[in-house]
Design a protein around this ligand. Structure first.
Ligand SMILES: *[C@@H]1O[C@H](CO)[C@@H](O)[C@H](O)[C@H]1NC(C)=O
Ligand SMILES: *[C@@H]1O[C@H](CO)[C@@H](O)[C@H](O)[C@H]1NC(C)=O
Ligand SMILES: *[C@@H]1O[C@H](CO)[C@@H](O)[C@H](O)[C@H]1NC(C)=O
Ligand SMILES: *[C@@H]1O[C@H](CO)[C@@H](O)[C@H](O)[C@H]1NC(C)=O
Ligand SMILES: *[C@@H]1O[C@H](CO)[C@@H](O)[C@H](O)[C@H]1NC(C)=O
Ligand SMILES: *[C@@H]1O[C@H](CO)[C@@H](O)[C@H](O)[C@H]1NC(C)=O
Ligand SMILES: [Zn+2]
Length: 930
């Protein structure tokens, strides 16, 4: 018998063409009416859930799966009565995989799954991960899903060449070994590719938004079509079965925002099942049933086959020869940065909520909470949110939610710092230090800065504050900064110093201006021959003024290094080869040779004991600063891009390129969701013979936190401050896409060109960011870039009070008894219940990556916190919705010999916790205050 599993489902984007709330209610702003055809007339999730539940109650055989817990949560809190449904995935949303950071993904999964467990108990726990829409699939996501206890994973989108190849080879279901470090089967995930993306087979869409004919089964009426329907369906089922291995196949019966009138779907599905199965009496071998992904997966498991093993990932995603979805890796760079900053804010807020005790939520500065930001961050992980593929007004709404969340968190942080320090001074936060604006430091001659460090080891962090006077080291605010700042600040100088902050704690600095007027550090015109501190030296070419070489003074290695900006001319879609324009999703340069953005020849340099910098202008709309702080081991490259001009009617995709003397032989490396690193090879895919059709876009990969190139001696690593796309198109070269401004929609549904402007930048958005460049021998490189990247993700939070700290203020505090070992990262510290905490400890090195750190390391939880005593502990799965000892996953066999599968060693023995490379362990700790 061929069993056909019909899976009724709906795909409800957590914001895309409409905002999250508009999608829930089915409301919309009138100006959007014309473009909403794709998502149905209302796209109202509340009606979908109402309608589906009513239909489910009518027939116990019927099934439905639901994915986006945020919508379900909205709906559930207004439900009078109990109901039953199956959940798959179960995160707050269906996260993007290319542009998200693992820390935020784990948080959003934890939030959604916790709601399901609180509401339905273990029966509500999804067994299957379901990412039917994300635009390519990250290996780290698969690794996380495995560690969250999922038995399997289904998705819809993969490269068209890969898909064709897998169809022919019946290789659409496989075992993904998603970590090079974790002992199998810890990160093994059974993975299935759905047959029609996530749509129903052709001719079988019975939603109100489709026009396929219903099943007309009264022989007395005109248009009786049962025989035809049965025949067509039988044919489709048998040809689908040829592309899969077992006698069970799956069909997704639904699509975007479907089931608003669920009766249409269910009435026809009931009939389909009845009429197709009736043929069994006449010898048909086809059996159709209502099913769920979990039930389908059970059958695949029962088949007891072996499955091919995959160890790379599903990037980049192309749906045709010139349609590479590699533009969204960089789309909306300001939103991507804001999301990353907000993740740092949330972790800091969580930590201070714990450290400050109950006063944090209800204290000196009123009532605050971390939940608002937690939910806003969870929504921002959606595959049309941080990905940058939503409409402009929806992007604005995501940013608004994050800003509201941060306001709620500021109260928590202020309350907590007041409780910890004993100072009741009013505390302010400056969110625009990136453009040198902060009203308090601009206006005051005396102020205090609290530097809170959310990492579990001490940091030395360069602080730059806008001031109008002199003290210690000040440097003049640059022209480029004045231009982006506009009228949002008026400081003439920036005070620069390196703050030292203890692990999970703060230091308070008191600043007193000693005079008004210009800084002592003078600006020199023209580039210097070199800048250097005790660790790093960068030299400049006297002829061009541009960067020429980079030296690591500790290891005495030097590479040639050039830095240039280019823009790719975006395709407008008017071409005989393909009508695909570049847009929010798709990167399609009109030519593989980008245009150089020439240096204006104007350079300024500043050399002080605290910081040395070389400021350069490239044309009128790009500038950069190469900067070296006193004790930094990395060279900072600050870039400012925009407004990208469009008067010539050409869309532009702006990249920075680093050309080095490293012999990289077509290889480069990019991280997956900020964690493990994958090797990339130009014009190559590990599992099929690539026919390369886009020499640039087809070689782009997501960079979430770092990328590098290397040869035997030298590794040049670049750490980013947000998710970006990048590649190595030439040997020795690394490029990163910084900003994109496009004039055409790329016909993937969003219906708008990516043409960002804002109130402050009506002529086009200006964006600024930082890349950190570090040079090291390959075996020592991770020792530098792992901590560097963590520092960049969890930057210290600065808060300011006027004047000197009041007498009696505790000027320094650490929440830890001692710093954690360098290999261990405190990934999560947040309040779980009244007297328990959620804690995640992470080994932040891969195997074989570091001589020193790629080894197991042990931490004693009892000796962790300075103010909290641990009185009980339980270990959970990664998403904290199941006790680890209860976690049992289906086992799947890869089709290769040997490979004994060992269970990872556990040490339930009290409070000593051992972490092996890349392992994350999740605990609920019951604590009392010391
Ligand atoms: C089975 O075949 C017989 C003979 O062809 C036919 O009369 C009958 O209607 C068929 N039954 C179904 C359920 O199609
Ligand atoms: C699955 O297959 C293996 C090898 O083919 C066999 O040893 C094992 O008994 C089978 N398991 C079940 C449950 O049938
Ligand atoms: C840029 O691309 C457009 C459209 O794809 C093309 O018409 C135009 O000639 C190109 N311009 C340059 C300067 O290459
Ligand atoms: C892009 O934005 C600018 C500034 O708002 C506007 O003048 C221009 O018409 C827009 N172009 C397109 C193609 O949307
Ligand atoms: C500065 O940072 C804020 C907040 O993170 C961000 O929204 C803004 O876009 C940044 N400004 C620039 C010019 O990049
Ligand atoms: C899940 O919820 C139940 C109550 O419904 C609770 O007893 C259990 O501890 C929860 N599981 C986890 C892992 O939090
Ligand atoms: Zn979607």
């Amino acid at each position: 018998m061929l069993n056909v599993h019909l899976v009724p489902h709906t795909h409800d984007d957590v914001g895309w063409l409409k905002t999250v709330d508009q999608y829930y209610y089915g409301g919309e702003s009138l100006s959007l009416l014309s473009v909403l055809s794709l998502s149905g007339p209302h796209a109202g999730v509340q009606y979908i859930l109402d309608s589906v539940v009513e239909q489910l109650l009518q027939n116990p055989e019927r099934r439905f799966i639901y994915v986006e817990t945020v919508f379900f949560h909205y709906w559930w809190r207004n439900q009078p009565a109990a109901m039953q449904t199956s959940f798959v995935n179960g995160g707050w949303c269906m996260s993007d995989e290319a542009t998200t950071h693992y820390s935020a993904v784990i948080d959003q999964m934890t939030l959604g799954l916790r709601f399901l467990n609180d509401t339905f108990g273990p029966c509500g726990r999804p067994r299957v991960a379901w990412h039917i829409d994300p635009f390519g699939h990250a290996r780290e996501h698969a690794s996380m899903f495995a560690q969250m206890g999922y038995d399997g994973f289904f998705f819809g989108r993969l490269d068209y060449q890969d898909r064709d190849h897998r169809r022919i080879n019946r290789d659409q279901e496989l075992l993904w070994r998603a970590s090079e470090s974790l002992e199998p089967p810890m990160a093994d995930l059974f993975t299935g590719i759905l047959p029609n993306g996530y749509n129903p087979p052709e001719g079988f869409c019975w939603d109100q938004s489709c026009d396929d004919p219903p099943i007309m089964d009264d022989p007395n009426l005109e248009d009786y079509n049962v025989d035809d329907v049965v025949k067509r369906f039988t044919k489709i089922a048998h040809s689908q079965a040829l592309m899969y291995k077992t006698n069970d196949i799956i069909m997704t019966m639904g699509s975007d925002f479907q089931y608003e009138n669920a009766n249409l779907w269910y009435k026809n599905l009931d009939k389909l099942i009845r009429y197709v199965n009736a043929q069994q009496a006449n010898g048909s071998q086809l059996n159709v049933l209502y099913s769920t992904p979990s039930c389908y997966l059970q059958e695949l498991h029962r088949a007891n086959l072996t499955w091919s093993l995959k160890t790379d990932d599903f990037f980049p995603y192309a749906d045709d020869a010139h349609n590479f979805w590699t533009g969204f890796y960089s789309s909306r760079p300001a939103l991507k940065r804001y999301e990353r900053v907000s993740n740092g804010h949330l972790q800091t807020c969580n930590q201070l909520e714990v450290l400050g005790g109950p006063w944090s939520r209800e204290g000196l500065f009123g009532a605050g909470d971390s939940e608002t930001l937690r939910r806003a961050m969870a929504v921002a992980q959606h595959h049309d949110a941080v990905s940058g593929t939503e409409k402009q007004h929806v992007a604005n709404d995501y940013a608004r939610m994050l800003a509201v969340g941060w306001q709620h968190c500021q109260v928590v942080v202020s309350n907590s710092l007041a409780a910890l320090s004993g100072s009741s001074a009013d505390r302010v936060y400056c969110d625009h230090l990136n453009i040198s604006a902060c009203p308090l430091t601009e206006a005051n001659k005396k102020f205090s800065v609290n530097v809170y460090n959310p990492l579990a080891r001490p940091v030395l962090w360069p602080v730059r504050l806008p001031v109008n006077g002199c003290a210690y080291t000040v440097v003049p605010v640059s022209k480029a900064t004045q231009q982006v700042r506009k009228d949002r600040g008026y400081a003439v100088n920036e005070l620069v110093f390196q703050a030292r902050a203890p692990p999970l704690g703060y230091t308070t600095y008191f600043v007193s201006m000693i005079q008004n007027g210009p800084p002592e550090a003078s600006v020199r015109h023209g580039p210097p021959a070199s800048i250097q501190n005790q660790f790093v030296k960068a030299t400049f070419d006297p002829a061009t003024g541009l960067l020429d070489s980079l030296t690591n003074l500790e290891t005495e290695q030097t590479i040639r290094l050039k830095q240039t900006f280019y823009w790719y001319n975006a395709s407008d879609g008017i071409s005989s080869v393909s009508e695909q324009p570049s847009g929010a999703y798709i990167f399609r340069p009109n030519s593989s040779t980008p245009f150089l953005i020439p240096s204006s020849g104007r350079a300024e340099s500043i050399q002080t004991p605290e910081v040395q910098e070389v400021r350069q202008q490239f044309g009128p709309w790009v500038s950069s600063v190469l900067r070296l702080y006193r004790d930094s081991r990395a060279l900072e490259l600050e870039w400012t891009v925009g407004p990208v001009p469009i008067e010539d009617s050409l869309g532009k995709e702006v990249v920075v390129r680093l050309d080095s003397s490293i012999r990289s032989s077509g290889l480069f490396y990019t991280d997956s969701n900020g964690r493990e690193v994958l090797q990339r090879k130009k014009d190559f895919r590990p599992t099929w013979n690539l026919r390369q059709t886009e020499p640039v876009a087809g070689n782009y990969y997501p960079i979430n936190s770092r990328a590098f190139i290397k040869d035997d001696e030298d590794q040049l690593t670049l750490v980013t401050d947000r998710s970006q796309g990048g590649s190595s198109i030439h040997n020795g070269s690394l490029e990163v896409m910084l900003h994109r401004r496009l004039l055409y929609d790329d016909v993937r549904g969003v219906g708008e060109p990516l043409n960002e402007t804002s109130d402050v930048f009506p002529l086009g958005l200006v964006v600024r960011g930082r890349l950190l460049l570090s040079l090291a021998p390959p075996m020592l490189a991770a020792d530098a870039h792992r901590p560097l990247a963590q520092e960049n993700v969890l930057q210290p939070l600065l808060s300011f009070t006027e004047g000197a700290p009041p007498p009696g203020t505790l000027l320094e505090f650490s929440g830890l008894q001692a710093a954690l070992p360098p290999a261990v990262h405190l990934l999560t510290l947040s309040q779980w219940d009244q007297d328990s905490l959620l804690v995640r400890l992470e080994h932040q090195f891969q195997t074989r990556e570091s001589k020193k750190h790629s080894v197991p390391v042990t931490v004693n939880l009892q000796k962790l916190f300075s103010t909290l005593k641990v009185v009980g502990m339980s270990e959970l799965n990664l998403s904290a919705n199941q006790w680890l000892e209860e976690m049992k996953r289906l086992d799947w066999r890869p089709n290769l010999d040997g490979q004994p599968l060992r269970k990872p060693p556990r040490d339930p023995s009290a409070l000593e916790v051992t972490l092996s490379p890349m392992q994350i362990r999740t605990f609920v700790l019951r604590v009392v205050r010391r």
